[in-house]
Design a protein around this ligand. Structure first.
Ligand code: PHE
Length: 509
């Protein structure tokens, strides 16, 4: 930048301050204020910090500790230990008990305890116990002390006159005064001195034209021609400004919206369901045997109030499902071959997966073709760790059409993840009681394979009782695990810690 450019970028206030610095040697901001003809110290400080940022001046700061008296009236009084010594010598011949001293008119009883402490510390008297009383015997040092000022007293006298810096005071004496309650006040004072840098001196030496500066062009300025005589303030697009964070949606909400739009764009319709479910719909309809481990208490949150639901309005389906479990009914399967319990199916729970939403949707209206998805919360009685939450969101969906097949399922899953910004997923064989074939979607993350969710084609044991004879493609994925990938999080719990800085800095997607 040429000197001309530098001058060109100086504001009115900066020019004023620079000019004032011409004739001053390392001035304080107050001195600059007086010399510049500006009105307020903040104007000087503001301009000075910009000039410093531009490399034209330096501001040296020195922090000094300053001492003064909290109450100089109080400080003029004699120190209490001196009054006590004086009293003992005058009234008690050099030796007195505390009860005698308390009775004496010359002493403030509240200060007696403090005075005794200092007498002992300063060696002005010897203290001995006499029952509940203390006897004070004045020493020679105590007698001598009466005629002279101690270091602390001298310091007090100085402080009555002046505020003193740490360099001007006796360290031990200050230490003593600090021990007295409400006596001393201690302040840190920053002294600033401004000086021109080499470039600053060159610029200040130039003949700078200082015009009034306007931040905004007005009709009056244009009409009057006054714009010719003013400087128009430049915009500095590189100037530092604090980032302003506005209100915003939670990143999870934004991600849900993105997932929703992705499925809508792929031709799906959204469905919802309740958190509260029966074991029948959550498990039995999905051909999950009643002794399946996922149905145990340590995996499922069962409810106690109400602890049962009436399934009589689904009586027909209940009967078919019973037969499917017991002997396969007309599905061609031999079923699980155990006596099915209605009681077990009537138990109430918090849904453990949103597959219950899609299965209910089929039961409601099994007319093909249709494609639906749901995004909802599910609950599992699981220990929390870096990849597990007891309460999390699932992305669920089904495709019901007669040409649906396994290949289509794999393509669909890859397409979905691609649209979410994850180009490569691993599909591998898996097992679910309600699908055949079954698969898991995994992704290599943080040095290991992480499961994102499961999918498959519903078994006839699931679809036949609902009157569907075509293949149904189904899947259910963890939403928070997807979020971990999208945001690069190592710990799933971070999503809900709601660290305000993290929330502010998350991209708006
Ligand atoms: N419900 C399974 C789960 O909770 C996912 C799944 C859905 C698997 C649909 C197959 C078919 O993990």
């Amino acid at each position: 930048m040429t000197e001309h450019d530098i001058v060109d970028r100086l504001s009115f206030l900066e020019k004023k301050v620079l000019m004032a610095l011409r004739g001053l040697q390392r001035p304080t901001p107050e001195e600059v204020l007086a010399e510049s003809g500006l009105n307020q110290l903040v104007e000087v400080m503001n301009a000075a910090s910009w000039l410093q940022a531009k490399g034209l001046i330096t501001i040296d700061e020195k922090v000094t500790r300053k001492y003064s008296l909290k109450n100089s009236e109080n400080a003029r009084k004699e120190l209490p230990e001196k009054t006590v010594i004086r009293t003992i010598l005058a009234e008690f011949d050099g030796k007195a008990t505390t009860s005698q001293l308390k009775a004496s008119d010359s002493l403030r009883p509240s200060e007696l305890q403090i005075a005794l402490g200092w007498i002992r510390k300063k060696g002005w008297g010897e203290l001995s116990k006499d029952g509940g009383d203390t006897i004070v015997t004045v020493t020679q040092k105590g007698r001598d002390a009466l005629d002279v000022d101690g270091d602390d007293e001298r310091l007090i006298k100085q402080l009555i006159e002046d505020v003193l810096t740490e360099d001007e005071v006796d360290k031990d004496a200050i230490g003593q005064l600090k021990q007295r309650k409400d006596f001393l006040s201690e302040k840190l004072v920053t002294e600033r001195r401004i000086s021109l840098t080499e470039t600053g001196s060159k610029i200040a030496a130039l003949d700078i034209d200082i015009k009034e500066e306007v931040g905004q062009m007005t009709p009056e300025l244009i009409a009057s021609g006054g714009w010719r005589d003013v400087d128009i303030r430049r915009y500095d697009v590189k100037a530092f400004a604090p980032t302003v964070y506005g209100g915003r949606k939670h990143p999870i909400t934004l991600l849900i919206e993105k997932i929703r739009n992705t499925f809508l764009n792929m031709g799906f319709t959204e469905i919802t369901g309740d958190y509260f479910e029966s074991a029948f719909w959550n498990m039995d309809v999905l051909f999950t045997a009643q002794d399946h481990p996922a149905r145990e208490l340590q995996d499922t949150f069962y409810l106690s109030n109400p602890d049962r639901v009436d399934l009589s309005k689904d009586a027909e389906l209940v009967d078919v499902v019973r037969q499917v479990h017991e002997n396969g009914w007309k599905t061609g399967s031999s079923g699980w071959r155990y006596p099915w319990s209605l009681e077990e199916a009537q138990r109430t729970l918090l849904r453990t997966h949103t597959t219950v939403n899609t299965i209910r949707r089929i039961a409601q209206d099994p007319k093909l073709p249709f494609k639906v998805f749901s995004i909802g919360r599910v609950f599992r009685n699981e220990a929390m760790d870096s990849t597990h939450l007891p309460e999390f969101l699932q992305i669920e969906g089904i495709v019901c059409e007669d040409t649906a097949n396994f290949d289509m399922l794999c393509t669909l899953l890859k397409e979905f993840y691609k649209r979410m910004g994850i180009p490569k997923i691993r599909i591998r064989p898996s097992y679910y009681p309600y699908t055949e074939p079954s698969l898991d979607v995994e992704i290599f993350f943080n040095g290991q394979w992480m499961e994102l969710g499961g999918a498959g084609i519903f078994r006839p044991e699931v679809t036949e009782p609902l009157g569907v004879h075509e293949p149904v493609l189904a899947w259910g994925f963890g939403l928070e695990r997807l979020a971990m990938l999208v945001w690069g999080l190592n710990d799933i719990r971070d999503i809900y810690i709601s660290d305000i800085d993290w929330l502010k800095k998350m991209p708006q997607i």
